[in-house]
Design a protein around this ligand. Structure first.
Ligand code: UGA
Length: 438
């Protein structure tokens, strides 16, 4: 099949490269000339494990190419995916659909023959209907069907999520479109990934409901973690104990500094706004958003408390800045708020992240960037672990103890057993577990 991916950002590139790997011919289009030039020169503009190899392999096999202009590839395409950004609109939190509608009009102008236009970008309920209206009214001669096909990729695990999905949601009831979408995903269907067809509006809502539910699950365990600290229980054991109940499940029950990233914060807010517009508020999600916002600042206070109530004049070493490991993405990362709280408290902050420091430079205040965990720990009054990169999972505490001024570890991801840290003479502060001072 000939498929065009409009938007060569995170979703477009990963989906395009993986679909090419299935044997389809893919053209990834982007308006940014710099991005397309870089891709054509063999550079991958985002950090995603395994993506560069798949891109390279499919380019050399002739199944994947790039273009700044959509007209020729769209004219030849069976399917066109819209994978452009839908950021939160400034001021009101609604998803900004201007890129989606602009792309749709350009696509329609170039389409030849029956073509399926698929929304892969996260779009509010009703966007598919609006696209259909635009196509019908403004391009009455064109034969286009609109399908919703939300993506459920996690950054850092996107390739395996694409190739081994729990399900593929497809919003269409049109027989011709169903047939085309079955063909697109046939290789996954053979792998027994369920194709779940439903109405387009339902499909659009599934995406928001899934992300909101996961955000709520994280927020739930974060509040239980706070309660554990007060009553002397261990949140990791609580999570395990409830997670063994299959109705609850053990995933997304890791407490931490609050969820961040390009999806949960934006999508929860957009769902709240949509629900308010329809006069059917989603109060659980409204509360989730508020709790998560407060939590990031609260984590700053937690670090200050671990430093005996003040960080003024103290040096704090921060390990990990990105919103999660295996990405260079700093969007809505809890580290931004936590670092700011420490700076506001009068601390000198030294930071290190394996991939996120370039992006962090525009977002963090006056901090010092180091080249590894041990360098920034020198003379520190506390080491604070914010993102659970693998390289922080086996810190050499003996070496660290010799470097720091005060042996305090604040582990906001609970990656260490308390005893392993304290036996090296460190005070250990985690999330939802009893702190141990040395
Ligand atoms: C999320 C969803 O997991 C994907 O299914 C979805 O496709 C994607 O959003 C999207 O809408 O595009 P992502 O934002 O890449 O993926 O990352 P997650 O792994 O879901 O993590 C989100 C945040 O929650 C991170 O800050 C992470 O540290 C936090 N988290 C996650 C926790 O604090 N605890 C957990 O147990 C799990």
């Amino acid at each position: 099949m000939r498929i065009v991916m409009i938007g060569s950002g995170y979703v477009g590139l990963v989906s395009g490269a993986c679909l090419a790997d299935f044997g389809h011919h893919i053209t990834c289009v982007d308006k940014s000339a710099a991005k397309i030039d870089a891709l054509e020169a063999g550079e991958v503009p985002i950090f995603e494990p395994g993506l560069d190899t798949i891109i390279e392999h499919n380019r050399s096999s002739g199944r994947l190419d790039f273009s700044k202009d959509l007209s020729a590839p769209v004219a030849a395409a069976d399917v066109v995916f819209i994978a452009v950004g839908t950021p939160s609109r400034r001021g009101d939190g609604h998803a900004d659909l201007s890129y989606v509608y602009a792309a749709a009009r350009e696509i329609a102008a170039s389409v030849e023959g029956f073509t399926v236009v698929v929304t892969k970008s996260t779009v509010p309920v009703g966007t598919g209907d609006e696209l259909e209206r635009i196509f019908r009214e403004e391009f009455p001669d064109k034969d286009i069907e609109v399908v919703s096909n939300p993506e459920f990729l996690r950054e850092g695990a996107a390739i395996s999520d694409f190739k081994r999905p729990d399900r593929i949601v497809l919003g269409t009831e049109e027989p011709r479109a169903i047939e085309v979408m079955r063909e697109v995903y046939r290789p996954l269907y053979l792998n027994e990934a369920p194709l779940y067809f439903c109405e387009r509006r339902t499909s659009e809502l599934i995406k928001y409901a899934a992300n909101a539910f996961l955000a709520m699950k994280i927020t739930f365990i974060n509040e239980i973690a706070d309660l554990c600290e007060q009553i002397g229980a261990d949140v990791q054991k609580v999570a395990k104990g409830i997670g063994m109940d299959k109705r609850i499940g053990d995933k997304f029950l890791h407490p931490g500094p609050g969820y961040g990233g390009s999806c949960f914060p934006k999508d929860t807010l957009a769902l709240v706004k949509t629900a308010q517009d329809y006069d059917s508020p989603v109060r659980l999600i409204e509360t989730t958003v508020a709790i998560n916002d407060n939590r990031k600042r609260a984590m700053g206070r937690k670090v200050i408390a671990a430093c005996d109530g003040s960080v003024r004049g103290k040096k704090i070493a921060v390990l990990g800045l990105t919103f999660k490991p295996n990405t260079d993405d700093m969007r809505d990362a809890p580290s931004i708020t936590i670092v700011q709280a420490l700076l506001d408290g009068g601390a000198t902050v030294h930071v290190y992240d394996p991939e996120g420091m370039d992006a962090a430079k525009d977002l963090l205040g006056p901090v010092t960037y180091g080249s590894d965990a041990y360098e920034i720990a020198e003379g520190a009054d506390a080491v604070v672990l914010i993102t659970e990169w693998d390289q922080f999972r086996a810190l050499d505490f003996k070496r660290l103890k010799g470097l720091v001024r005060t042996p305090v570890l604040v582990d906001l991801r609970n990656i260490y057993p308390t005893a392993e840290v304290t036996r090296h003479g460190f005070s250990y502060f985690a999330v939802g577990k009893k702190s141990e001072k040395n």
